[in-house]
Write a protein that binds this ligand. Structure first.
Ligand code: ATP
Ligand code: MG
Length: 426
Protein backbone atom coordinates (compact mmCIF):
# COMPACT_ATOMS: atom_id res chain seq x y z
CA UNK A 1 0.00 0.00 0.00
CA UNK A 2 2.77 2.42 0.84
CA UNK A 3 5.35 3.56 -1.64
CA UNK A 4 8.66 4.84 -0.26
CA UNK A 5 9.31 8.52 -0.80
CA UNK A 6 10.48 9.08 -4.33
CA UNK A 7 11.20 12.62 -5.38
CA UNK A 8 9.35 15.01 -3.11
CA UNK A 9 11.39 18.09 -2.33
CA UNK A 10 10.34 18.70 1.27
CA UNK A 11 11.69 22.27 1.17
CA UNK A 12 8.87 23.14 -1.21
CA UNK A 13 6.21 22.19 1.34
CA UNK A 14 4.57 25.11 3.10
CA UNK A 15 5.48 25.23 6.79
CA UNK A 16 1.92 26.36 7.50
CA UNK A 17 0.49 23.27 5.85
CA UNK A 18 2.88 21.16 7.92
CA UNK A 19 1.70 22.92 11.07
CA UNK A 20 -1.93 22.11 10.23
CA UNK A 21 -1.17 18.43 9.65
CA UNK A 22 0.86 18.21 12.84
CA UNK A 23 -1.75 19.91 15.00
CA UNK A 24 -4.48 17.58 13.72
CA UNK A 25 -2.31 14.53 14.34
CA UNK A 26 -1.35 15.72 17.82
CA UNK A 27 -5.05 15.88 18.62
CA UNK A 28 -5.47 12.28 17.53
CA UNK A 29 -6.88 12.80 14.03
CA UNK A 30 -5.58 11.41 10.78
CA UNK A 31 -4.17 14.09 8.48
CA UNK A 32 -2.41 14.03 5.11
CA UNK A 33 -1.34 16.39 2.39
CA UNK A 34 -3.18 15.45 -0.77
CA UNK A 35 -4.22 16.54 -4.24
CA UNK A 36 -2.60 19.15 -6.43
CA UNK A 37 0.23 19.92 -4.03
CA UNK A 38 1.54 16.35 -4.00
CA UNK A 39 1.00 15.96 -7.74
CA UNK A 40 2.90 19.19 -8.38
CA UNK A 41 5.73 18.21 -6.00
CA UNK A 42 6.08 14.88 -7.80
CA UNK A 43 6.57 16.64 -11.14
CA UNK A 44 9.02 19.08 -9.53
CA UNK A 45 6.76 22.17 -9.52
CA UNK A 46 6.19 24.45 -6.54
CA UNK A 47 2.57 24.01 -5.44
CA UNK A 48 0.49 27.17 -5.36
CA UNK A 49 -1.58 25.97 -2.44
CA UNK A 50 -1.87 23.02 -0.08
CA UNK A 51 -4.80 20.76 0.68
CA UNK A 52 -5.08 18.69 3.81
CA UNK A 53 -7.40 15.68 4.19
CA UNK A 54 -8.47 14.58 7.64
CA UNK A 55 -11.01 12.50 9.51
CA UNK A 56 -11.82 15.50 11.74
CA UNK A 57 -15.19 17.08 10.92
CA UNK A 58 -15.29 20.72 9.77
CA UNK A 59 -16.44 22.03 13.18
CA UNK A 60 -13.68 20.07 14.92
CA UNK A 61 -11.10 21.51 12.55
CA UNK A 62 -12.42 25.01 13.02
CA UNK A 63 -12.22 24.68 16.79
CA UNK A 64 -8.54 23.73 16.56
CA UNK A 65 -7.43 26.79 14.59
CA UNK A 66 -8.11 30.31 15.70
CA UNK A 67 -7.65 31.72 12.21
CA UNK A 68 -10.08 29.41 10.43
CA UNK A 69 -13.60 29.33 9.03
CA UNK A 70 -15.94 26.90 7.35
CA UNK A 71 -16.70 27.71 3.72
CA UNK A 72 -18.81 26.17 0.97
CA UNK A 73 -22.28 24.71 0.92
CA UNK A 74 -22.10 21.91 -1.58
CA UNK A 75 -18.76 20.96 -0.17
CA UNK A 76 -18.01 22.18 3.35
CA UNK A 77 -14.32 22.72 3.91
CA UNK A 78 -12.26 24.69 6.40
CA UNK A 79 -9.94 27.50 5.38
CA UNK A 80 -7.09 27.99 7.80
CA UNK A 81 -5.52 31.34 7.17
CA UNK A 82 -1.89 32.31 7.76
CA UNK A 83 -1.49 35.87 6.52
CA UNK A 84 -2.04 35.62 2.78
CA UNK A 85 -1.78 31.85 2.66
CA UNK A 86 -4.85 29.65 3.04
CA UNK A 87 -4.54 25.95 3.81
CA UNK A 88 -7.69 24.06 2.80
CA UNK A 89 -8.72 21.29 5.13
CA UNK A 90 -11.23 18.74 3.82
CA UNK A 91 -12.93 16.02 5.80
CA UNK A 92 -12.74 12.50 4.27
CA UNK A 93 -15.79 11.94 2.11
CA UNK A 94 -17.64 8.78 1.32
CA UNK A 95 -19.69 7.59 -1.64
CA UNK A 96 -23.23 8.91 -1.97
CA UNK A 97 -26.10 6.60 -1.62
CA UNK A 98 -27.36 6.42 -5.19
CA UNK A 99 -30.85 5.61 -3.96
CA UNK A 100 -31.30 9.03 -2.48
CA UNK A 101 -32.62 10.96 -5.39
CA UNK A 102 -32.37 14.35 -3.76
CA UNK A 103 -28.60 14.03 -3.96
CA UNK A 104 -28.65 13.57 -7.72
CA UNK A 105 -30.12 15.57 -10.56
CA UNK A 106 -31.68 13.84 -13.56
CA UNK A 107 -28.37 13.75 -15.40
CA UNK A 108 -26.69 11.94 -12.51
CA UNK A 109 -25.04 15.01 -11.03
CA UNK A 110 -24.24 15.08 -7.32
CA UNK A 111 -26.07 18.01 -5.79
CA UNK A 112 -24.81 17.80 -2.26
CA UNK A 113 -21.55 16.24 -1.25
CA UNK A 114 -21.26 16.32 2.51
CA UNK A 115 -21.31 12.61 3.29
CA UNK A 116 -18.26 11.89 5.42
CA UNK A 117 -16.33 8.70 4.94
CA UNK A 118 -13.22 6.70 5.68
CA UNK A 119 -9.73 7.27 4.33
CA UNK A 120 -10.26 4.59 1.65
CA UNK A 121 -13.55 6.10 0.60
CA UNK A 122 -11.97 9.52 0.38
CA UNK A 123 -9.40 8.22 -2.09
CA UNK A 124 -12.02 6.96 -4.51
CA UNK A 125 -14.28 10.00 -4.46
CA UNK A 126 -11.48 12.13 -5.91
CA UNK A 127 -11.58 13.02 -9.59
CA UNK A 128 -8.32 11.80 -11.13
CA UNK A 129 -5.86 9.20 -9.92
CA UNK A 130 -3.04 11.77 -10.08
CA UNK A 131 -5.02 13.90 -7.59
CA UNK A 132 -5.49 11.09 -5.10
CA UNK A 133 -1.93 10.66 -3.89
CA UNK A 134 -1.62 11.24 -0.12
CA UNK A 135 1.53 12.21 1.74
CA UNK A 136 2.30 11.80 5.39
CA UNK A 137 4.93 14.44 6.17
CA UNK A 138 5.93 13.01 9.56
CA UNK A 139 6.86 9.59 8.19
CA UNK A 140 7.48 10.85 4.64
CA UNK A 141 5.27 8.12 3.24
CA UNK A 142 3.31 8.30 0.03
CA UNK A 143 -0.01 6.48 0.09
CA UNK A 144 -1.21 5.72 -3.40
CA UNK A 145 -4.25 3.47 -3.45
CA UNK A 146 -5.47 4.78 -6.82
CA UNK A 147 -2.10 4.31 -8.56
CA UNK A 148 -1.77 8.00 -9.22
CA UNK A 149 2.04 8.03 -9.05
CA UNK A 150 2.14 5.81 -12.16
CA UNK A 151 -0.07 8.28 -14.03
CA UNK A 152 2.03 11.22 -12.91
CA UNK A 153 5.21 9.61 -14.18
CA UNK A 154 3.47 8.66 -17.45
CA UNK A 155 1.99 12.20 -17.73
CA UNK A 156 -1.52 10.71 -18.04
CA UNK A 157 -4.83 11.96 -16.76
CA UNK A 158 -7.25 9.18 -15.84
CA UNK A 159 -10.44 9.34 -13.86
CA UNK A 160 -10.79 7.12 -10.84
CA UNK A 161 -13.38 4.70 -12.11
CA UNK A 162 -15.31 4.94 -15.30
CA UNK A 163 -15.05 8.38 -16.98
CA UNK A 164 -18.65 8.75 -18.09
CA UNK A 165 -20.23 8.29 -14.67
CA UNK A 166 -17.54 10.37 -12.94
CA UNK A 167 -18.15 13.22 -15.39
CA UNK A 168 -21.92 12.94 -15.02
CA UNK A 169 -21.55 13.10 -11.25
CA UNK A 170 -19.73 16.41 -11.58
CA UNK A 171 -19.39 17.92 -15.07
CA UNK A 172 -16.87 20.47 -13.78
CA UNK A 173 -14.40 17.60 -13.86
CA UNK A 174 -14.31 18.06 -17.65
CA UNK A 175 -12.99 21.58 -17.17
CA UNK A 176 -10.61 20.42 -14.47
CA UNK A 177 -9.23 17.80 -16.88
CA UNK A 178 -8.60 20.52 -19.46
CA UNK A 179 -6.97 22.77 -16.89
CA UNK A 180 -4.55 20.07 -15.76
CA UNK A 181 -3.88 19.07 -19.36
CA UNK A 182 -2.87 22.67 -20.10
CA UNK A 183 -0.98 23.27 -16.88
CA UNK A 184 0.97 20.02 -16.68
CA UNK A 185 1.09 19.16 -20.38
CA UNK A 186 -0.34 15.76 -19.52
CA UNK A 187 -2.44 13.68 -21.90
CA UNK A 188 -6.01 12.62 -21.29
CA UNK A 189 -6.54 8.89 -21.59
CA UNK A 190 -8.62 8.11 -24.68
CA UNK A 191 -11.76 7.07 -22.89
CA UNK A 192 -11.72 10.28 -20.91
CA UNK A 193 -11.30 12.56 -23.91
CA UNK A 194 -13.99 10.66 -25.83
CA UNK A 195 -16.38 10.99 -22.92
CA UNK A 196 -15.71 14.71 -22.61
CA UNK A 197 -16.25 15.23 -26.32
CA UNK A 198 -19.69 13.62 -26.07
CA UNK A 199 -20.82 14.94 -22.67
CA UNK A 200 -19.85 18.61 -22.99
CA UNK A 201 -23.47 19.71 -22.88
CA UNK A 202 -23.60 18.68 -19.22
CA UNK A 203 -21.71 21.79 -18.17
CA UNK A 204 -25.02 23.57 -18.71
CA UNK A 205 -26.28 21.91 -15.53
CA UNK A 206 -23.58 23.62 -13.48
CA UNK A 207 -24.32 26.97 -11.85
CA UNK A 208 -23.01 30.00 -13.77
CA UNK A 209 -21.13 31.15 -10.66
CA UNK A 210 -19.21 27.88 -10.35
CA UNK A 211 -18.46 27.89 -14.07
CA UNK A 212 -17.10 31.41 -13.86
CA UNK A 213 -14.73 30.30 -11.10
CA UNK A 214 -13.50 27.48 -13.32
CA UNK A 215 -13.13 29.77 -16.32
CA UNK A 216 -10.93 32.03 -14.21
CA UNK A 217 -8.75 29.08 -13.30
CA UNK A 218 -8.59 27.96 -16.92
CA UNK A 219 -7.73 31.33 -18.40
CA UNK A 220 -5.98 33.24 -15.63
CA UNK A 221 -3.40 30.74 -14.37
CA UNK A 222 -0.70 31.28 -16.95
CA UNK A 223 -1.71 28.52 -19.39
CA UNK A 224 -4.81 30.10 -20.87
CA UNK A 225 -3.86 29.73 -24.54
CA UNK A 226 -3.27 25.99 -24.15
CA UNK A 227 -6.50 25.64 -22.18
CA UNK A 228 -8.37 27.39 -24.98
CA UNK A 229 -6.92 25.01 -27.58
CA UNK A 230 -8.02 22.01 -25.51
CA UNK A 231 -11.50 23.44 -24.92
CA UNK A 232 -11.83 23.76 -28.70
CA UNK A 233 -10.45 20.28 -29.44
CA UNK A 234 -12.85 18.73 -26.95
CA UNK A 235 -15.83 20.78 -28.15
CA UNK A 236 -16.35 22.33 -24.74
CA UNK A 237 -15.86 25.99 -25.62
CA UNK A 238 -19.28 26.36 -27.23
CA UNK A 239 -21.06 25.06 -24.14
CA UNK A 240 -19.43 27.77 -22.05
CA UNK A 241 -19.52 30.67 -24.51
CA UNK A 242 -22.13 29.94 -27.19
CA UNK A 243 -22.19 33.37 -28.87
CA UNK A 244 -18.43 33.55 -28.98
CA UNK A 245 -18.26 30.05 -30.47
CA UNK A 246 -20.84 30.90 -33.11
CA UNK A 247 -19.01 34.04 -34.13
CA UNK A 248 -15.91 31.98 -34.88
CA UNK A 249 -17.58 30.85 -38.10
CA UNK A 250 -17.47 34.20 -39.90
CA UNK A 251 -15.21 36.39 -37.77
CA UNK A 252 -11.69 36.53 -36.42
CA UNK A 253 -12.96 35.62 -32.92
CA UNK A 254 -10.75 32.59 -32.57
CA UNK A 255 -7.59 34.54 -33.50
CA UNK A 256 -8.52 37.41 -31.19
CA UNK A 257 -9.23 35.15 -28.20
CA UNK A 258 -6.00 33.25 -28.73
CA UNK A 259 -4.01 36.49 -28.91
CA UNK A 260 -5.67 37.85 -25.77
CA UNK A 261 -4.89 34.64 -23.90
CA UNK A 262 -1.30 34.55 -25.12
CA UNK A 263 -0.83 38.11 -23.98
CA UNK A 264 -2.37 37.25 -20.59
CA UNK A 265 -0.08 34.22 -20.23
CA UNK A 266 2.96 36.39 -21.01
CA UNK A 267 1.88 39.03 -18.51
CA UNK A 268 1.40 36.41 -15.80
CA UNK A 269 4.87 35.05 -16.52
CA UNK A 270 6.22 38.60 -16.14
CA UNK A 271 4.27 39.25 -12.92
CA UNK A 272 2.18 41.96 -14.55
CA UNK A 273 -1.46 42.63 -13.64
CA UNK A 274 -4.15 40.84 -15.66
CA UNK A 275 -7.93 40.96 -15.76
CA UNK A 276 -10.54 38.53 -17.08
CA UNK A 277 -12.36 41.62 -18.46
CA UNK A 278 -9.80 41.75 -21.27
CA UNK A 279 -10.36 38.12 -22.23
CA UNK A 280 -14.13 38.40 -22.04
CA UNK A 281 -13.89 41.56 -24.16
CA UNK A 282 -12.00 39.53 -26.78
CA UNK A 283 -14.37 36.55 -26.67
CA UNK A 284 -17.39 38.74 -27.28
CA UNK A 285 -16.00 41.58 -29.39
CA UNK A 286 -17.43 40.35 -32.70
CA UNK A 287 -20.77 39.23 -31.25
CA UNK A 288 -20.97 42.71 -29.69
CA UNK A 289 -20.11 44.48 -32.97
CA UNK A 290 -22.65 42.43 -34.89
CA UNK A 291 -25.33 43.11 -32.35
CA UNK A 292 -24.50 46.82 -32.36
CA UNK A 293 -24.75 46.96 -36.14
CA UNK A 294 -28.06 45.19 -36.05
CA UNK A 295 -29.42 47.73 -33.58
CA UNK A 296 -28.10 50.62 -35.65
CA UNK A 297 -29.77 49.21 -38.72
CA UNK A 298 -32.95 49.17 -36.70
CA UNK A 299 -32.51 52.91 -36.16
CA UNK A 300 -30.56 53.24 -32.91
CA UNK A 301 -27.80 55.83 -32.67
CA UNK A 302 -24.22 54.68 -32.29
CA UNK A 303 -24.26 55.38 -28.55
CA UNK A 304 -27.63 53.76 -27.93
CA UNK A 305 -26.68 50.75 -29.99
CA UNK A 306 -23.35 50.32 -28.17
CA UNK A 307 -24.95 50.32 -24.76
CA UNK A 308 -27.79 48.08 -25.71
CA UNK A 309 -25.59 45.64 -27.60
CA UNK A 310 -23.26 45.37 -24.61
CA UNK A 311 -26.24 44.73 -22.31
CA UNK A 312 -27.68 42.09 -24.61
CA UNK A 313 -24.45 40.22 -25.16
CA UNK A 314 -23.36 40.32 -21.53
CA UNK A 315 -26.73 39.38 -20.07
CA UNK A 316 -27.02 36.45 -22.40
CA UNK A 317 -23.57 35.19 -21.41
CA UNK A 318 -24.54 35.51 -17.73
CA UNK A 319 -26.90 32.58 -18.29
CA UNK A 320 -23.87 30.36 -18.95
CA UNK A 321 -20.98 31.69 -16.93
CA UNK A 322 -21.68 34.58 -14.60
CA UNK A 323 -19.52 37.66 -15.10
CA UNK A 324 -19.33 39.82 -11.98
CA UNK A 325 -19.99 43.53 -12.31
CA UNK A 326 -16.43 44.44 -11.47
CA UNK A 327 -15.48 42.85 -14.80
CA UNK A 328 -18.39 43.88 -17.01
CA UNK A 329 -17.62 47.58 -16.40
CA UNK A 330 -14.06 47.37 -17.72
CA UNK A 331 -15.23 45.11 -20.54
CA UNK A 332 -17.66 47.76 -21.76
CA UNK A 333 -15.02 50.46 -21.43
CA UNK A 334 -12.63 48.47 -23.60
CA UNK A 335 -15.34 48.01 -26.23
CA UNK A 336 -16.69 51.57 -26.22
CA UNK A 337 -13.20 53.05 -26.43
CA UNK A 338 -12.63 51.16 -29.69
CA UNK A 339 -15.10 53.55 -31.35
CA UNK A 340 -13.40 56.60 -29.86
CA UNK A 341 -9.85 55.67 -30.85
CA UNK A 342 -10.36 56.69 -34.51
CA UNK A 343 -11.28 60.28 -33.49
CA UNK A 344 -7.95 62.00 -33.37
CA UNK A 345 -8.58 65.71 -33.82
CA UNK A 346 -8.58 68.64 -31.42
CA UNK A 347 -8.31 67.75 -27.76
CA UNK A 348 -9.66 64.24 -28.26
CA UNK A 349 -6.40 62.25 -28.23
CA UNK A 350 -5.26 64.00 -25.04
CA UNK A 351 -8.56 63.38 -23.33
CA UNK A 352 -8.61 59.77 -24.45
CA UNK A 353 -5.08 59.06 -23.31
CA UNK A 354 -6.11 60.11 -19.78
CA UNK A 355 -8.93 57.56 -19.68
CA UNK A 356 -8.28 54.98 -17.00
CA UNK A 357 -8.88 52.20 -19.50
CA UNK A 358 -6.93 53.78 -22.38
CA UNK A 359 -4.01 51.39 -22.10
CA UNK A 360 -6.24 48.30 -22.11
CA UNK A 361 -8.21 49.70 -25.06
CA UNK A 362 -5.02 50.45 -26.98
CA UNK A 363 -3.66 46.94 -26.31
CA UNK A 364 -7.00 45.58 -27.46
CA UNK A 365 -6.83 47.61 -30.69
CA UNK A 366 -3.39 46.14 -31.43
CA UNK A 367 -4.77 42.63 -30.95
CA UNK A 368 -7.70 43.35 -33.28
CA UNK A 369 -5.18 44.37 -35.92
CA UNK A 370 -3.06 41.30 -35.30
CA UNK A 371 -6.21 39.21 -35.64
CA UNK A 372 -6.57 40.67 -39.15
CA UNK A 373 -8.98 43.59 -38.70
CA UNK A 374 -8.35 46.56 -40.96
CA UNK A 375 -8.26 49.78 -38.96
CA UNK A 376 -6.17 52.02 -41.25
CA UNK A 377 -3.03 51.66 -39.12
CA UNK A 378 -4.74 53.18 -36.14
CA UNK A 379 -2.60 51.17 -33.73
CA UNK A 380 0.63 52.53 -35.22
CA UNK A 381 -0.74 56.09 -34.95
CA UNK A 382 -1.48 55.63 -31.26
CA UNK A 383 1.86 53.96 -30.63
CA UNK A 384 3.63 56.95 -32.15
CA UNK A 385 1.38 59.47 -30.40
CA UNK A 386 2.13 58.07 -26.98
CA UNK A 387 5.86 58.31 -27.58
CA UNK A 388 5.84 61.71 -29.34
CA UNK A 389 6.80 65.08 -27.84
CA UNK A 390 4.33 68.00 -27.79
CA UNK A 391 5.38 69.41 -31.15
CA UNK A 392 5.06 66.09 -32.91
CA UNK A 393 1.76 65.46 -31.17
CA UNK A 394 0.18 68.66 -32.47
CA UNK A 395 1.44 67.88 -35.99
CA UNK A 396 -0.08 64.42 -35.75
CA UNK A 397 -3.41 65.80 -34.60
CA UNK A 398 -3.45 68.25 -37.51
CA UNK A 399 -2.76 65.63 -40.08
CA UNK A 400 -5.51 63.41 -38.81
CA UNK A 401 -7.75 66.49 -38.57
CA UNK A 402 -7.29 67.19 -42.28
CA UNK A 403 -8.56 63.77 -43.12
CA UNK A 404 -11.63 64.35 -41.06
CA UNK A 405 -14.75 64.24 -43.10
CA UNK A 406 -17.50 66.66 -42.25
CA UNK A 407 -20.04 65.04 -40.12
CA UNK A 408 -22.99 64.25 -42.27
CA UNK A 409 -26.14 65.67 -40.93
CA UNK A 410 -27.99 62.45 -41.27
CA UNK A 411 -31.56 62.36 -40.30
CA UNK A 412 -32.22 59.80 -37.69
CA UNK A 413 -34.26 56.95 -38.99
CA UNK A 414 -37.28 55.97 -36.94
CA UNK A 415 -36.42 53.19 -34.60
CA UNK A 416 -37.69 49.71 -35.25
CA UNK A 417 -38.16 47.17 -32.53
CA UNK A 418 -34.56 46.69 -31.38
CA UNK A 419 -35.06 43.04 -30.59
CA UNK A 420 -36.46 42.19 -33.97
CA UNK A 421 -34.50 39.51 -35.71
CA UNK A 422 -32.47 38.78 -32.65
CA UNK A 423 -31.75 35.17 -31.95
CA UNK A 424 -32.13 35.66 -28.26
CA UNK A 425 -34.60 38.02 -26.62
CA UNK A 426 -33.42 39.56 -23.35
P1 ATP B 1 -4.67 23.09 -8.11
O1 ATP B 1 -3.29 22.93 -8.56
O2 ATP B 1 -5.48 23.91 -9.00
O3 ATP B 1 -4.84 23.48 -6.66
P2 ATP B 1 -5.89 20.67 -7.21
O4 ATP B 1 -5.86 19.30 -7.80
O5 ATP B 1 -5.26 20.81 -5.87
O6 ATP B 1 -5.28 21.62 -8.27
P3 ATP B 1 -8.23 21.70 -5.94
O7 ATP B 1 -9.41 22.34 -6.57
O8 ATP B 1 -7.37 22.48 -5.02
O9 ATP B 1 -7.38 21.12 -7.14
O10 ATP B 1 -8.78 20.41 -5.21
C1 ATP B 1 -7.99 19.64 -4.32
C2 ATP B 1 -8.26 18.16 -4.51
O11 ATP B 1 -9.63 17.88 -4.23
C3 ATP B 1 -8.05 17.64 -5.92
O12 ATP B 1 -6.71 17.31 -6.16
C4 ATP B 1 -8.96 16.43 -5.96
O13 ATP B 1 -8.38 15.35 -5.30
C5 ATP B 1 -10.14 16.90 -5.12
N1 ATP B 1 -11.18 17.53 -5.96
C6 ATP B 1 -11.32 18.85 -6.24
N2 ATP B 1 -12.37 19.07 -7.02
C7 ATP B 1 -12.93 17.88 -7.26
C8 ATP B 1 -14.06 17.44 -7.99
N3 ATP B 1 -14.81 18.31 -8.65
N4 ATP B 1 -14.34 16.11 -8.00
C9 ATP B 1 -13.57 15.24 -7.30
N5 ATP B 1 -12.50 15.59 -6.62
C10 ATP B 1 -12.16 16.88 -6.57
MG1 MG C 1 -5.21 22.60 -4.64
Amino acid sequence: MNTPLSNIDTDKISTNALKVVKRLQDKGYQAYLVGGCIRDLLVGKSPKDFDVATDAHPEEVRDLFRNSRIVGKRFRIVHVRFGREIVEVTTFRGPHDEQYDENHSDSGMTLSDNVYGSFEEDVFRRDFAMNAVYYQPQTKEIIDLAKGVNDISAAKIKTIGEPESRLREDPVRMLRAVRFQAKLQFELEDELSNSIASLGYLVQDVSPARLFEEVLKLFMSGNGAAAFDHLMELDLYGWLFPDSRRSMEGNATSALVKLALESTDRRIADDMPVTPAFIYAAMFWYPFVEEKERLQEAGATQVEASHEAANNIISKQQLFTSVPRRFTGPMRDIWFLQFRLPNRFGQKPDILIQHKRFRAAYDFLLLRELAGEKTGDLGAWWTEYQEADDERRSAMKQSSGQKRRRKRNRKKRPRKNPNEGMFWQP
